[in-house]
Design a protein around this ligand. Sequence first.
Ligand SMILES: *Cc1c(COP(=O)(O)O)cnc(C)c1O
Ligand code: SF4
Length: 363
Amino acid sequence: MKTWQNILGDSITSAAHLKEHLDQLETEFNAAPQPAHLDITSISRIIATYPMRINSYYLQLIKKVGDPLWKQAVPDAAELLDPVCIEDPLGEEDLSPVPNLVHKYPDRVLFLVSSQCAMYCRFCTRKRMVGTGKMIITQETIAAGLDYIRRHPAVREVLLSGGDPLLLPDAQIDYLLNELRTIPTLKVIRIGTRVPCTLPMRITPELVAILKKYHPLYINTHFNHPAEITPQSSAACNLLADAGIPLGCQTVLLKGVNDNTEIMRELLLKLLEIRVKPYYLFQTDLTRGTNHFRTSTAAGIKIMRSLIGHISGLAIPTFALDGPGGMGKIPLTPDYILSRGDNLIFENFRGDICTYPESGDAI
Ligand SMILES: *Cc1c(COP(=O)(O)O)cnc(C)c1O
Ligand code: SF4
């Protein structure tokens, strides 16, 4: 059996290699012809700015030119023609007291500990730097981040991200978690990782044995489409859940990938079956090079309305917008309230109108 390192090593990272695979896909599935812009020069230009990595596991899930998994993994000419979005929409660099650590909320910090991912998602929020030389993570930045957390007792939770923290070697993950656990004021460790979806074989029994030493440890993973839920990704999530690690999912609402109710419903329900609780559904950030993935916020609210009440509440994420310039996340919720006063008048999930008498207490 191939190790996860081998599978990662087999990734498609060059235009010529991608082209070879596409020609094969076209013949194999009698697929639609490739879009004209997908010539080697054009792809090379895109990946010189925004790197590509499609590992052999994720590659075999792509069945057609232009399908939802393709869109997440394969460069698009639109990435270099984005007229709207900005480099660092969340203002993360301005909110970093030390490099690679973002302190935006009072009680929790985002700590970027890896610059690599198992696949470079075309819609990535940190597209400007992940997988490139612009994201510099060293022993020194890690030490400075640990020191910051140690010196700020108000920080009770750390969110390890990147890049993907679980692409680090086991020994480094063990070291990092161990160091974090020497800080008594830090209560909760959360890891943001897409490997259960994009490289599930990375979740080995050895890795899980390390992670479970550091409870309370939460993992938020990232699935965007039901076709990403495979026997391998289910097995990965099972290993983690069996180790007592609560699993959440941060999905991004993406045009042409999951921006319809049926796909979203199927994704959310399948996540519950593999013991992953949908946590956030994100409105796509204003990240330069990703404008072609953005839907309107109304489209997302409409999807939420068609799900709330109709499927298990456990399957319902919070639809959220991360405000530009470090404003933070706000929930975008369908509005059920029709009027307030002595009576609260609202409609339910079916559209029936309901009157609820208020208590009369002054607020
Ligand atoms: C999203 C985010 C968090 C975590 O927010 P939650 O609502 O707790 O999931 C923390 N710090 C930063 C900088 C973030 O962007
Ligand atoms: S796994 Fe996450 S950090 Fe890595 S490229 Fe995808 S969205 Fe970006």
